[in-house]
Ligand binder design. Structure first.
Ligand SMILES: [Zn+2]
Ligand SMILES: [Zn+2]
Length: 249
């Protein structure tokens, strides 16, 4: 696909892409959500993010193993999967529980100065988010928001460990997509969720810190409690998109 551009350098770059050499750069150039003022403002290195995410994953695995050891009986019988209707209901209940827990804990971490400064600000060192930074946060935040939120969703919904594999995989995919910083055409998640990469990008922008706390599924709590920030998604002439908050006052 050839794009006509006014500048010669850009034309060369696009032609190289046609040869399939820089697919990643092409996707970033055409579908990245960029805010002019916020670009290049990340104050944490990618290697630090990778280490932080790996630590977070290790803690989650440890807690999951402890939980399953605690709730399993000694009979060795694998719990039967209920009907698909029951599984779907459990999924919805788990989504509601996770959204509710995360909204209030997340918002409280922004209101409480101590918690923000010492814990949640770590996640916000990513002003311009990217996919593998989705779960980059303070270990205490990982434990409180993600792990405890996950345990509550699991226990309250009553889903089986087998169903939970799908639920937690889905929740992780959704969170990674919300932080990927890309607005990809045909993204099926955008059909079902208004909480998406642009919505959460607004939260990560410096201005948006008081809005769009909802994560990872629905925007219901933001709407009910007045923290919903509408935004416009505009094509930039330099390539990509810009998520722009529509200021209320
Ligand atoms: Zn936040
Ligand atoms: Zn985030």
């Amino acid at each position: 696909m050839k794009q006509r551009t006014s500048r010669w350098e850009e034309e060369v770059e696009v032609e190289e892409v046609e040869e399939g050499e820089h697919l990643e750069e092409f996707i970033k150039a055409t579908h990245k959500i960029v805010s002019n003022e916020e670009a290049e403002k990340n104050i944490v290195s990618r290697s630090t993010v990778v280490k932080g995410v790996l630590l977070q994953q290790a803690v989650q695995v440890a807690v999951s193993l402890l939980l399953f050891t605690f709730i399993s009986d000694d009979s060795g019988v694998v719990p039967q999967q209920p009907s698909i209707l029951v599984i779907a209901t459990q999924f919805l209940v788990a989504m509601f529980v996770m959204d509710t827990w995360q909204y209030f804990m997340h918002r409280y971490m922004h209101i409480n100065r101590f918690l923000y400064k010492h814990i949640h600000s770590k996640h916000h060192t990513l002003i311009v988010p990217y996919a593998f930074g989705a779960l980059y946060n303070h270990p205490a935040e990982g434990l409180i928001l993600d792990t405890i939120g996950g345990v509550l969703s699991f226990l309250i919904s009553g889903m089986t460990p087998r169903t939970s594999i799908f639920f937690f995989s889905f929740a992780t995919i959704k969170t990674v997509d919300d932080h990927c910083g890309l607005w990809l055409p045909g993204n099926i998640l955008h059909l079902f969720f208004k909480n998406n990469s642009a919505y959460h990008d607004i939260h990560h922008q410096l201005f948006g810190n008081k809005y769009n706390f909802s994560q990872p599924f629905f925007i219901t709590w933001d709407k009910i409690l007045g923290t919903h920030m509408p935004f416009s998604l505009e094509k930039r002439k330099e390539g990509g998109f810009e998520a722009r908050p529509i200021k209320k006052d």
